[in-house]
Design a protein around this ligand. Structure first.
Ligand code: SF4
Length: 111
């Protein structure tokens, strides 16, 4: 069997974490590929596959909450949106990820 590419290996690791949480990769394959490549760049630069859509602040406690997949740290928020902040992951039953807006906790009345 051929060795997995770095993107494929990261994808497999993420899959194992998010599936039990009721999430899957977005059906938007271009977006998934782009975000995973960005995570690999962030991992090479900072040692962790940080979220490509959220700023690294230099506080370890805060930054650990944006290591992908960050769903366990933001469960209520992402369950309400049915997607994670970047849109890399969506709820299992989502077929049209473009229909899911990116809303803040404040906009959802969660803050
Ligand atoms: S918002 Fe999505 S892509 Fe970003 S770290 Fe969280 S789970 Fe990963």
């Amino acid at each position: 069997m051929a060795a997995l590419s770095p993107v494929e290996a990261l994808r497999l690791l993420h899959e194992r974490v998010v599936r039990p949480l009721g999430f899957k990769f977005s059906p938007d394959e271009d977006l998934v590929q782009f975000l995973l490549e960005q995570e690999l760049l962030l991992e090479a630069r900072h040692g962790m596959p940080y979220c490509p859509c959220q700023p690294i602040r230099g506080s370890r406690a805060r930054d650990m909450r944006i290591v992908c997949p960050c769903i366990p740290f933001h469960r209520k928020h992402y369950d309400a949106m049915r997607r994670c902040w970047c849109g890399l992951f969506v709820h299992e039953d989502v077929t049209d990820p473009d229909s899911l807006p990116q809303l803040t906790e404040e906009e959802l009345g969660l803050a």
